[in-house]
Design a protein around this ligand. Structure first.
Ligand code: KG4
Ligand code: ZN
Length: 340
């Protein structure tokens, strides 16, 4: 009988302290997430120093909760995995120092994981999905259209030239007074608005480009609000939310489908925090069905930052024999596909 591979994973790249225990890259024995959202909310975004300090305060507690829920101890682990980039350097370092200390003391292999690779791997948890496929990664810091050629083998087809999608959601939300994080709030409010009430621009860039640009639509929303203010017209927040969301979703869906068709791939997987967006899920599903492409996305809890996805990505590294040394450092701008 094949031996089970159990990995404890730590994720501290931004504002969630999360630890998970994952068996065989699929069974999530625990996935404890301690969110700092309420701490950062009053500043309208993540404050890096506060994030690092809070990770330090939380990490030991989050580890014990995750181990307790999984009914396991460090001794039962085959490896300790940790996000080492991209992300906020101070935040990453907390998880990394903790993972190294545990791996060293318990004599377990250390596996550093790329955060975006984690987001993509979240799709393996609840689906029978195998590469090759197209993954549209839409998070607070990243917008990548990726050809997943094999486990851990990626080709970036396109990315944003300015704002990440989640960033645009958060900025637009702030401009209409919805607070941080804005994505889920826009998603909710948009349900009460009309998608075609305001004609916000859809930026497709050059014909053959898989790159994205969201700063134009974001500025268009801000201009629209300013114009309304100058004319002393009341703004309809729900219509702004719905029209903005629909402009952004249209471009993401069109480019993803175009890439899948061009590469002859019949599987598309959404990943990252914005993959939780209800309109993006619906529109991508409709477009995929029309083209006979299978669509995958993780449950909401595995879309936003969590350690389970890091444990899943680490499993595929483990079976390839990847191990990191104690000199592994945090790399805030680590590129997808770059191996240290
Ligand atoms: O992947 P994630 O948790 O963190 C990063 O790696 O960046 O993504 C966070 C982003 C935030 O910008 C948040 O506003 C956005 O995901 N988000 C959403 C939704 N839920 C989270 N955006 C649109 N609709 C949602 N339902
Ligand atoms: Zn993330």
């Amino acid at each position: 009988m094949k031996k089970d591979i159990t990995i404890m994973a730590i994720e501290t790249s931004c504002d969630e302290t999360s630890v998970a225990v994952v068996k065989n890259g699929k069974d999530i024995l625990s996935n404890f997430i301690s969110s700092q959202i309420d701490l950062h909310e009053k500043f309208g975004g993540v404050v890096p120093e506060i994030a690092s300090r809070k990770h330090i305060e939380n990490i030991d507690y989050v580890i014990s909760e995750a181990l307790e829920e999984s009914n396991m101890t460090i001794k039962d682990m085959d490896a300790i995995a940790v996000t080492y980039g991209p992300g906020l350097v101070g935040a990453l370092l907390v998880g990394l120092a903790e993972a190294k200390a545990i791996a060293f003391a318990a004599k377990k292999p250390l596996i550093g994981v790329h955060h975006i690779e984690g987001h993509i791997s979240a799709n393996y948890i609840e689906n029978d999905l195998e590469p090759p496929f197209i993954s549209m990664v839409v998070s607070g810091g990243h917008t990548h259209l990726v050809h997943v050629k094999d486990y851990g083998v990626y080709e970036i087809l396109g990315k944003t030239r300015d704002d990440a999608v989640g960033e645009a959601f958060d900025k637009v939300a702030r401009s209409i007074g919805l607070g941080y994080p804005g994505g889920p709030k826009i998603d909710k409010l948009a349900k009460e608005g009309q998608n075609d009430a305001i004609d916000f621009p859809r930026s497709y860039l050059e014909d053959d480009s898989y790159d994205f640009s969201f700063s134009g639509v974001k500025s268009a929303v801000l201009n629209y609000i300013n114009k309304c203010k100058m004319k002393e017209e009341k703004i309809n927040k729900a219509n702004i939310a719905a029209s903005f969301q629909s402009a952004v979703v249209d471009v993401i869906v069109d480019k993803t489908i175009k890439a899948a068709k061009k590469l002859g791939l019949n599987k598309v997987a959404l990943a990252g925090g914005v993959a939780a967006n209800s309109r993006l899920r619906e529109e991508m599903k409709k477009a995929c069905e029309k083209e006979q492409i299978s669509i995958y996305y993780p449950s909401i809890v595995y879309c936003t930052d969590n350690a389970a996805m890091i444990g899943v990505a680490a499993y595929y590294e483990y079976i390839k024999g990847v191990k990191h040394n104690m000199d592994l450092n945090a790399i805030p701008n680590l590129k997808l596909g770059n191996r240290i």
